[in-house]
Design a protein around this ligand. Structure first.
Ligand code: AMP
Length: 427
């Protein structure tokens, strides 16, 4: 399983390909998006769920679907030391459905509304906006087939992006029918594509056999031209799916949510039924452009061994949101920095500095002392580079008087206080 570590192998390690460190400078974007996700979830009545990072491999094979790109090419699957096949979370919906079944959530008032923020692992070809570990904010409304829930789930996604300040986005909507009407559409689609079989890319040749719906969203220009004139699924919907789709559109209209119908939108997962939707940035970014997507999955819970239960969900890629926040120049709030640095000269002052730092933290004020007996000038340089708001200076004279100098770094003004007064003054 492991390659032998070579003797003398002292190379410098890098984050594994397609993964990244989120350094402190980037964190304000992450906090901003996570806070917006929690806020919108509260507004629509969703409660948080966290599921494990790995699951039984079968959950994704049955849930996500044997013939999806994710299961065929992208999962991180391994045997643990007990010989069980496990897979790192390759998408959020099957684990939430598994938890819904496992914990008997069908006994609660339906729909059960759950949201998550979680890392997702896919062995993808890394490029801008496409990574091997990325994060998703996702949510699921399980246990209600009413088209009003579809409209609410879609509206929530739309308002989430708008609340972040993203303006150059669009909402794309489609219906891919159900178990009853989809076979008719698939056979029309297969007939159409068979007459172009020689012109399709290699992936699409396989899709034609295994997963014809995916032919419609191939990103190859030559396949896109063929997809343009392909039969539209909306013409093949059964009366129930047709009515459902009409109602979704009607309710979205009532909520003032603008959308575009897109007959080529099919989404990459096997379990979708009826409503599918995606949020796209206006600037086309190729294969890695969708900011988020979702849809209805009325057969999934049953597929996973639960009682027949309808559901619908959505997932947003956080890295892509951040890329677009930067592209659109949206300013995010800075995380509060360190408030106070305590500079001192001499051992007696150092003891006072350590005590004062502890007292300030007790009062909820962030504070550090310098270390290592640096000159006052070096300590002030440190205060500047840490961008603290205040510096407290304790020199030998101050120790004798029991005082300290408080310097406001914004305007360089100084005042002398007794040590006891510093915390009160700063609060
Ligand atoms: P999916 O689970 O494929 O529907 O993806 C939901 C969202 O997650 C997409 O719309 C993207 O915003 C994001 N996403 C999916 N795959 C990746 C990836 N490999 N790297 C970064 N973001 C991704």
């Amino acid at each position: 399983m492991f390659k032998e570590l070579k003797k003398g192998d002292n190379r410098l390690y890098q984050a594994a390909r397609g993964t990244s460190d989120i350094l402190p400078e980037e964190q304000p974007y992450w906090r901003y998006v996570e806070q917006a996700a929690a806020d919108i979830s509260r507004l629509y009545g969703y409660r948080r769920i966290d599921t494990p990072i790995f699951e039984d491999t079968g959950l994704f094979r049955r849930g996500t679907g044997e013939y999806t790109d994710i299961v065929q090419k992208e999962t991180y699957t391994f045997d643990d030391r007990g010989g069980n096949s496990l897979t790192l979370k390759a998408e959020g919906t099957p684990p939430v459905c598994r938890a819904y079944i496992q914990h008997g959530l069908q006994n609660l008032p339906q729909p059960v509304k759950l949201y998550y923020i979680s890392p997702i692992f896919r062995y993808d070809r890394p490029q801008a906006g496409r990574y091997r570990q990325h994060y998703q904010f996702g949510y699921e409304a399980i246990g209600d087939a009413d088209p009003a829930i579809d409209a609410e789930v879609i509206d929530m996604a739309w308002r989430f992006y708008r609340s972040l300040g993203l303006a150059r986005i669009s909402l794309q909507l489609n219906s891919i029918g159900c178990r009853q009407c989809r076979p008719g559409y698939l056979s029309a689609l297969t007939d159409y594509y068979n007459s172009y079989a020689g012109e399709l890319c290699n992936d699409c040749k396989t899709r034609l056999e295994k997963n014809p719906l995916r032919l419609l969203d191939c990103k190859q220009p030559s396949c896109q031209r063929i997809a343009e004139s392909a039969p539209k699924n909306t013409g093949y919907l059964c009366p129930e799916c047709d009515e459902h789709f009409n109602k979704v559109q009607e309710y979205l209209g009532q909520m003032g949510t603008t959308f575009e119908l897109n007959h080529r939108l099919v989404r990459g997962l096997d379990y979708y039924t009826r409503t599918v939707f995606e949020i796209q940035p206006d600037e086309e970014g190729g294969a890695q452009s969708a900011l988020g997507g979702g849809g209805r999955y009325d057969d999934l819970i049953e597929e996973l061994g639960g009682r027949p239960t309808p559901g619908i969900g959505f997932a947003a890629g956080i890295e892509r949101i951040i890329l677009n926040l930067k592209k659109e120049g949206v300013a995010v709030p800075a995380t509060p920095g360190l408030q106070v640095l305590i500079a001192y000269l001499g051992d007696a002052a150092r003891a006072e500095a350590i005590k004062l730092a502890a007292g300030l933290r007790e009062a909820g004020i962030s504070a550090v002392t310098t270390t290592g007996g640096k000159s006052l000038k070096a300590q002030m340089r440190q205060a500047n580079s840490l961008e603290v708001r205040y510096t407290v200076i304790i020199g030998e004279d101050e120790v004798k008087d029991g005082t300290a100098t408080l310097r406001d770094m914004a305007n360089a003004s100084q005042e002398t206080l007794t040590i006891g007064e510093v915390a009160a003054r700063l609060s």
